[in-house]
Design a protein. Structure first.
Length: 371
């Protein structure tokens, strides 16, 4: 029986010894090394995302989920890291990957921001004592958009996209084909001249609810169809100025149409153990042991084998494949920007030749770098 004083501390062990200790569920290595590394990672990302203030994003919830994800595959993922990357760095990146997945779920659950929160950010807040305000707010905005602005007017679309659907100004601009500054100016004009006055009158005078006709008549002389907003100038005619609004990969892909292909970041060993690779394996036909190329209704691009220069040949190969299959639509996820540790500004330039390939969709973060 090993005495407590004879136990070898995790600090000072080689990476191979630590991985083997985790496989054997050594309590001291698990406690001192695995959860110690997770605490470092949590501290780093807590400062950035204020995790402690968010339900379900506490340290133990994320760390336990990370441990179970590694244990499920007997910690083989720890051996499949880029050459030159320490185990500590790899594990911190892996913790971030699990965290980002949890934050996506958190953001979905809390995507409906109250009007007070939105106005506070815009420095235009006012008090509205209503526990059921969120639903009331949505209905009222719909009513304003339909009765005052016209259901299909661009101004109506701007309000609904920003206030109700949570789009950012630059995303709205991309959808409407105008400059972000034009969207910002029109949004603030609409808020100051229509939405805020209406809500102030509505919520500060509970006995009197102004009819929509009076609001509509008050503003019918003003043009809110956004026709007076011209596209951003000067307009280039090169390929980078193509309308890419229909070629943005959705953030969350749970199903595919028959002609769609899920493009994910993989490793050369084809482990497909986490993130997009796991989704591809479980739902879109990715094959364990195959780390490159088409498989099922998915396509793997290796990103774990080194620097961006090692990824470029595989990206070029993918673009050539997409050109040869114009009948398919390729949904490229943010490859390399999870556990591989790269940023969009590192990976996006590799896809420059994909700008003119209509069948290739890229994440918004990649388009932001390319165009």
């Amino acid at each position: 029986m090993t005495r407590e004083k004879d136990k070898k501390p995790a600090i000072g062990l080689s990476d191979e010894e630590i991985v083997e200790g985790l496989r054997k569920r050594d309590p001291q290595i698990t406690r001192d090394y695995f959860y110690g590394i997770c605490r470092i990672a949590y501290h780093i990302y807590n400062r950035r995302y204020l995790l402690e203030r968010k339900v379900g994003l506490d340290f133990y919830s994320i760390a336990h989920e990370y441990y179970l994800a590694l244990d499920k595959y007997d910690f083989r993922q720890l051996e499949d890291r880029k050459s030159g990357m320490t185990l500590k760095t790899w594990m911190i990146n892996g913790f971030r990957f699990v965290l980002l997945d949890r934050m996506k779920a958190y953001q979905k659950e809390h995507s409906m921001q109250s009007f007070e929160e939105r106005m506070e950010k815009a420095d235009l807040s006012f008090d509205i004592p209503d526990d059921n305000f969120a639903e009331d707010f949505r209905n009222t905005v719909y009513e304003i958009c339909h009765s005052v602005l016209g259901r299909d007017s661009r101004s109506s679309l701007i309000l609904q996209m920003i206030l109700l659907e949570g789009f950012k100004g630059k995303e709205v601009a991309a959808q409407l084909g105008v400059s972000p500054s034009a969207v910002t100016q029109r949004y603030h004009k609409l808020m100051e001249e229509i939405v805020i006055p209406y809500f102030k009158r509505y919520y500060t005078s509970p006995i009197y609810m102004p009819p929509m006709e009076s609001i509509s008549g008050q503003y019918e002389s003003q043009k809110f169809a956004l026709d007076d907003i011209s596209p951003s100038a000067p307009q280039e005619t090169g390929p980078k100025q193509r309308n890419i609004s229909r070629r943005i990969t959705p953030d969350d892909i749970t199903s595919l149409r028959p002609n769609e292909v899920f493009v994910f970041g993989s490793n050369l060993a084809g482990m497909h153990g986490g993130g997009g690779a796991r989704m591809a394996r479980l739902y879109f036909g990715a094959v364990l042991g195959k780390g490159d190329g088409p498989q099922g209704q998915s396509y793997a691009i290796p990103t774990m084998q080194g620097g961006v220069e090692t990824i470029l040949p595989y990206v070029d190969k993918f673009i050539a494949y997409a050109k040869a299959h114009p009948e398919q639509k390729f949904l490229v996820t943010a490859i390399g920007c999870g556990i591989a540790g790269f940023m969009p500004e590192d990976i996006a330039p590799l896809f420059e030749d994909a700008i003119d390939v209509e069948g290739i969709c890229l994440p918004q973060s990649f388009w932001d770098e390319l165009v």
